[in-house]
Design a binder for this molecule. Structure first.
Ligand SMILES: Cc1cc2nc3c(=O)[nH]c(=O)nc-3n(C[C@H](O)[C@H](O)[C@H](O)COP(=O)(O)OP(=O)(O)OC[C@H]3O[C@@H](n4cnc5c(N)ncnc54)[C@H](O)[C@@H]3O)c2cc1C
Length: 285
């Protein structure tokens, strides 16, 4: 894989407001990581990739009217061509602490009742829940890293992994999400679920390599939310429960853009040892 320099790119076009451009006070670099060679070829010059707290606050203000009923009804629709209008796209800013969960929730609850904004509030709390869960079970992270080492050193997997990351599997929706991920550093939650499910159950690739790919490219790449969401899709996080992407669900929530034919429809969840018990956490006096 070719390491691509810091870039500003299609994300700036696809999400209204964009990531690049504003270089005001408090800007930080949000490099999406190593990007695929085909994408690097599209770039003529590397541009600093900056995001600011001002952008985060503007984005939050713009999203506020939608955080209640609209989010509840439409958050599952994946609409990259419209700039993902039904979700906040705040995750990179939250991840890099340009804005905090508390600030987001305070603003949302000043505008909506808890009942109206319940879905959005729940999603924000998932991030904190995952962080606490992994912090108490560090062995889950070490096991993930060991699995990743095995996957990346298995010569039999190299071509298939490169095709998946290079958006060349022939599964049109999956390839489109990989292209979006590597080009923009963002994927809608539903697209993350579908892509991870296809990765694990249809392409039969090791989940650890998929989680690694996400972590390298996502601007909001977060060890807890990412690793544990991949484990959940695969059926390892909630034993016996896994997430199977279906053509009907994809067609409905992409508003007919995709209707994949060749998905595995009834796979078994992956199996693995149950996570160790949480280690004791220190409680401050
Ligand atoms: C396979 C997979 C990998 C993921 N990897 C990451 C990751 O690396 N980093 C990350 O922040 N999220 C991850 N998520 C969770 C979720 O997809 C993103 O947080 C969400 O899509 C971010 O977009 P948004 O800001 O528009 O979300 P919104 O729907 O607007 O939600 C608002 C905020 O709530 C939090 N949030 C929403 N959904 C979730 C969720 N399911 N789990 C945890 N927090 C959530 C985020 O901080 C988000 O910014 C992953 C999900 C899956 C299925």
């Amino acid at each position: 894989m070719v390491a691509c320099p810091k870039i500003v790119l299609l994300f700036a076009n696809s999400l209204s407001g964009g990531w690049g451009g504003l270089q005001g006070h408090g800007a930080i670099s949000m490099d999406g990581g190593a990007h695929g060679p085909y994408l690097c070829a599209m770039m003529t010059s590397p541009v600093p990739h900056l995001a600011t707290r001002t952008q985060a606050l503007t984005r939050l203000q713009r999203f506020l009217p939608l955080a209640g009923r609209d989010y509840s009804a439409r958050r599952n629709f994946d609409c990259p061509q419209q700039g993902h209008p039904h979700v906040s796209t705040l995750s990179p800013y939250i991840r890099h602490r340009l804005i905090t969960e508390a600030e987001v929730l305070e603003a949302v609850l000043a505008r909506h009742s808890l009942m109206a904004a319940e879905k959005f509030v729940q999603e924000v709390f998932w991030r904190s829940y995952w962080k606490g869960w992994l912090e108490l079970r560090p062995s889950v992270w070490h096991d993930y890293r060991a699995g990743l080492d095995r996957a990346l050193t298995d010569p039999a997997l190299a071509d298939r992994l490169a095709r998946a990351e290079g958006a060349q599997t022939g599964i049109d929706c999956f390839d489109a999400w990989m292209a979006e991920l590597t080009a923009t550093g963002y994927l809608h939650n539903h697209a993350r679920m579908w892509a991870a499910s296809i990765w694990v159950f249809t392409l039969r690739l090791p989940w650890e390599a998929g989680a690694d790919l996400f972590l390298r490219h996502l601007l909001d790449g977060d060890p807890a939310s990412n690793t544990l969401s991949w484990r959940w899709v695969a059926g390892l996080q909630t034993p016996g429960k896994h997430y199977v992407a279906t053509a009907d669900n994809i067609a409905r929530y992409t508003e007919g853009r995709f209707s994949p034919k060749a998905l595995v429809t009834d796979p078994a969840p992956l199996s693995g040892p149950p996570p160790t018990a949480p280690r004791a956490s220190k409680i401050a006096d």
